[in-house]
Design a protein around this ligand. Structure first.
Ligand code: ADP
Length: 553
């Protein structure tokens, strides 16, 4: 007997096939291809019914998954999404309604369409209960295959559409998100660059600004206010030249005109007014951008430098004046010492003459001490005469015009050695002359005097335990000739080497080494007056190396 429960299908009508599987294909139960196939869950405790349903749905070409109990159905639902569930109402154990109830309690499956399969004779009480439990439709057995297929395909289609919409929505959301992300990144990048520029602009210790071609500031950094005291708005309210010192304004306007005409970056300096009325010196570097009609300005406070420069200028002027005053005093002193030396010579000569006469004519009438006193007067007068002579030489050297002509050193030295011959013989000195360069531009008698002093000293300050050896040689020194006078005498301590060129500077008593202390002063003065220099290298006990440098002829 074919009870409704046993008989699942209506007898075949209008050529609807009842074969279980088309083309002998097994229905797929694994994970469906998400792109085009959906999952359909068939739940029935009877294998034959499942097979029959499967065969009908095979035409839809979807993944048909079967479950032989409510429990198995729930297991599938945990793993997969389904487009529709065909649920047999009458099943042993957990029946269709109980299974549906559990399906609805899970959020993931609460909206999955459920079609109850129930027999015609049970339909009345089943339908009402089924709808209560969230059934979307009913299929009554015996099943009409077209009806089953069309009902299921509606849900499959619905599911596919929903999925498509979901996917499109997701794609759209992703695109929007990517676009948004891009916009955000751009905005952040821009902001970062802007922040960096602003930071640079704001933190700069120099004054940075952008002005228009009319001289109005459009943008400026806080250093302007810090340096000059005006708030930003006040700077912007008037053209730049208004703030410039009246004396510097024409130059500033001239610079601006040149910038407007398209001249490249320029540097200029000028005084700029401060809020408190004082002025500060600014060094400006400005570059024009004619296309934008803008001038980019970089200004630095150079007040300190300017003040220092002014101080240096005024100190220089003071120094110049002092030098002039000293030169004047010096000339006066030189003139004075000349006239004194000159005027002292006459009384000295008479003192010397009378003392000589006393010794010669009154010799017999003088007792021993009288004779000694007269001798001392003669010696002192001689010394004073030498001193006056040297002083006069020195004064003359300081005051006279020294015309420089080519001088032959070889000739001068040969003559000098002849003059000094008796000294050389007395001292049994060895004198070596080695002049490779012989022509200098100098004042002949002054050169002679200088060389006489140097060679004279070399003989005078000889070492008591050595045969005096004096060497006179020349060497080139840029455009000058350096003349060396070297001895093996007593030498000079390093700390005295410069001092001895001063007037009256002596390192020994006149008893030990006679002299006036004027010779080396004369050497240096003479060398300098002829455009040269003089100096010495020496060591005590090791001899001295005096040198003078004179322009080569
Ligand atoms: P003076 O020779 O009349 O003493 P100078 O001005 O020529 O004066 O020299 C100054 C001093 O320099 C000398 O008194 C002497 O102490 C020192 N001096 C000069 N020439 C030499 C030398 N060749 N060796 C050592 N000392 C020297």
């Amino acid at each position: 007997m074919n009870t409704p429960r046993n008989r699942l299908f209506e007898p075949a009508r209008e050529g609807v096939p009842l074969t279980p599987a088309r083309n002998g294909r097994r229905p797929k139960t694994d994970v469906s291809d998400p792109d085009d196939k959906t999952n359909i869950l068939l739940v029935d405790d009877r294998a034959d019914k499942l097979m029959a349903l499967q065969a009908v749905l095979d035409d839809l070409d979807q993944n048909v998954i079967v479950a032989k109990s409510g429990k198995e159905a729930l297991r599938h639902l945990l793993q997969k999404e389904f487009a529709v569930i065909l649920l047999d109402v009458s099943m042993p154990g957990m029946d269709g309604f109980e299974t549906a109830q559990l399906i609805r309690t899970r959020p993931a499956t609460e909206h999955t369409p459920i079609i109850f399969v129930t027999s015609m004779n049970q339909s009345e009480n089943h339908i009402a209960r089924g709808y209560q439990l969230g059934a979307v439709d009913y299929i009554l057995t015996p099943i009409v295959p077209q009806v089953l297929r069309s009902k299921v395909s509606v849900f499959v289609e619905l599911y596919k559409r929903t999925e498509q919409i979901k996917r499109q929505g997701e794609r759209l959301r992703q695109l929007e998100e990517a676009a948004l992300k891009r916009q955000l990144t751009d905005a952040v990048d821009k902001l970062e660059a802007e922040t960096k520029r602003n930071r640079f602009f704001n933190l700069s210790l120099d004054m940075l600004a952008i002005a228009d071609f009319d001289g109005y500031m459009l943008q400026l950094n806080p250093t302007w206010e810090k340096t000059l005291g005006f708030p930003e708005d006040e700077f912007k309210s008037r053209p730049g030249p208004d703030f410039v010192h009246a004396e510097d304004r024409p130059a500033m306007i001239d610079q601006m005109n040149r910038l407007r005409e398209g001249n490249s970056a320029t540097y200029f300096e000028g005084r700029y007014r401060c809020k408190d009325g004082s002025f500060r010196w600014l060094g400006w570097t400005a570059a024009p951008f004619p296309a934008e009609r803008l001038i980019y300005i970089f200004a630095r406070d150079i007040t300190q430098r300017k003040t220092n420069e002014q101080k240096i200028e005024s100190l220089n002027a003071q120094l110049k004046q002092r030098v002039q005053e000293l030169t004047d005093i010096n000339s006066e002193l030189e003139a004075f010492s000349y006239s004194i030396s000159h005027d002292l010579r006459a009384p000295l000569r008479s003192m010397q003459g009378f003392a000589d006469a006393l010794l010669e004519e009154q010799f017999d009438r003088l007792d021993d001490s009288g004779k000694e006193y007269a001798r001392r007067i003669v010696n002192s007068a001689k010394y004073m005469d030498a001193l006056l002579n040297d002083l006069l030489d020195y004064s003359r050297l300081s005051r006279a015009e020294l015309e420089r002509v080519p001088v032959d050193l070889q000739r001068e030295m040969t003559e000098l050695l002849v003059q000094l011959d008796s000294d050389i013989q007395d001292k049994r000195a060895e004198v070596k002359l080695d002049l490779t360069l012989t022509r200098v531009l100098a004042h002949p008698s002054t050169v002679r005097q200088i060389l006489a002093n140097l060679v004279g000293n070399a003989l005078k300050f000889s070492h008591p335990e050595r045969t005096p050896a004096v060497s006179i040689r020349t060497e080139p020194c840029q455009r000058a000739v350096r003349i060396w006078v070297e001895d093996n005498g007593i030498g000079i301590a390093q700390e005295h080497c410069d001092r001895i060129f001063g007037l009256f500077e002596r390192l020994h008593s006149t008893q030990a080494y006679p002299g006036t202390g004027i010779g080396l002063a004369l050497v240096r003065k003479g060398a300098e007056r002829m455009g040269g220099h003089a100096g010495v290298e020496s060591e005590p006990e090791r001899g001295s190396r005096f040198w003078i440098e004179l322009p080569a002829a």
